[in-house]
Design a protein around this ligand. Structure first.
Ligand code: ATP
Ligand code: MG
Length: 391
């Protein structure tokens, strides 16, 4: 490691982030709380992170002048959006420390490479086949049906995915996805879903948050519960070991989230990973002594990583744009925040997006309490007020 890379970047310096979404916004909040200045690169003048950052460079990700400005402003740079072109991160890395690296992000951007990485680490993933050509489509084994056809690149929140039961449906789905490179995954009998968030420092130290249990609805995260109510110690340990191994073998620096399926027979299967803080870690702001965003700051600046501690049982509810359109509403209606905040232990986070749309992540609500039962009880009351279906 060069001397420059081993130097700690101390508060007062500017930290740069590629992407201006809510993850960038919460990163900016954490960095600023610690005394850093921030610079966000995102073309959208109203991006959630751009609105709260010291500097906001409003260019596309691959804009030469924008990247040069970010490198000039920032002492170190991270990303909050996993589809930032790896080439942009590589360009920034010529003059500044970039964490995670373009190479690590590139693996996470491609489901085929991601799965190969899991397998290389000895971590199981769903049986699958890559479909990039008509020949590969024809050669798919019937064992993979029913399955889910997922685009290899650029999918999120269940977008770019089609569930298929028969070969005819598979063929139609590939045509619908414009015959881009896809991965067909066998549909597995999920008992539940969990995720592990790790942070890895430049020195190779890895720490993790207690495992989260995640409920998805329509392919979008709806509820995260910690401690995970259904997970045995043995399953958690397997997931932690797998996550540490996956981060180390990518030579990863920063926060990384790995999503797992837990099958009916107790086996765990890696689903996918995100090279950044993750929606299933938003509770760490209010329920842990160190948040995932602070760990991102620490990892990228070379500050010490400490194993985070969950100080309160909690649930996190995603606040999707649907909540702004209750039955019968003809225009956008603001949810009753005062009623939610009257419940003790509720922590409201809104991302500064003015236009609510169905499925759009507008904010989240974390509920903390002294016991898991009390947290769940309050979360169900908040859900009823907001129009979120019970869980
Ligand atoms: P994200 O927003 O997490 O990036 P994504 O669009 O990349 O989501 P996945 O995580 O691949 O999508 O899938 C979304 C959800 O669909 C999963 O959380 C799970 O509930 C379900 N799912 C995906 N693959 C399978 C599978 N092989 N078997 C059963 N259910 C699956
Ligand atoms: Mg996912």
């Amino acid at each position: 490691m060069s001397k420059a890379a081993s130097d700690v970047i101390l508060p007062g310096a500017t930290l740069g982030v590629m992407g201006g979404g809510q993850l960038g916004r919460m990163f900016v909040h954490a960095a600023q709380a610690m005394g850093y200045r921030t610079a966000v690169l995102d073309a959208d003048p109203t991006s959630p992170a751009g609105l709260v950052s010291h500097a906001h460079i409003q260019t596309p990700y691959l804009d030469e002048a924008g990247l040069a400005a970010l490198a000039r402003e920032a002492a170190a740079i991270t990303t909050e959006f996993e589809n930032v072109p790896a080439a942009a991160l590589d360009q920034l890395a010529r003059t500044r420390p970039v964490a995670p690296s373009g190479a690590a992000v590139a693996v996470c951007q491609d489901r085929a490479r991601e799965k190969a990485h899991f397998v290389g680490c000895g971590v199981d993933c769903a049986p699958h086949a890559i479909i990039a050509t008509a020949e590969q489509l024809a050669a798919v084994s019937d064992d993979l049906l029913p399955g889910i056809l997922k685009t290899a690149r650029l999918g999120y929140d269940g977008k770019g995915q089609v569930r298929v039961k028969t070969r005819a449906e598979l063929e139609a789905a590939w045509a619908e996805l414009q015959q881009v490179e896809c991965v067909l995954e066998k549909m597995l009998p999920l008992a539940y879903e969990v995720s592990v968030i790790v942070a890895r420092g430049r020195d190779g130290q890895v720490v993790h948050f207690p495992l989260q249990q995640n409920l998805h609805r329509d392919g979008i995260l709806a509820v995260t519960t910690v401690p995970a109510p259904n997970v045995t110690e043995a399953v958690s340990q397997q997931a932690y070991d797998a996550a540490h191994q996956i981060a180390a073998s990518l030579n990863y620096v920063g926060v990384l989230c790995i999503e797992f399926f837990v099958l009916a027979d107790g086996r765990i299967v890696a689903n996918e990973m995100a090279p950044r803080p993750h929606n299933s870690g938003h509770h760490t702001i209010d329920a842990c002594d160190v948040s995932q965003f602070e760990l991102q700051v620490r990892a990228m600046t070379g500050l010490p990583l400490v194993a985070p501690v969950l100080h309160s049982p909690c649930l996190m509810l995603n606040l999707l744009g649907d909540l702004w359109f209750p039955a019968g509403a003809t225009a956008q209606v603001e949810p009753d925040w005062a009623a939610v905040l009257a419940l003790s232990g509720t922590h409201l986070h809104l991302y500064g997006k003015t236009e609510a749309r169905k499925g759009r992540k507008m904010g989240h609500l974390t509920v903390t309490a002294a016991t898991p039962e009390a947290a769940r009880d309050t979360a169900l009351k908040a859900a009823a007020i907001l129009g979120i279906a019970p869980f």
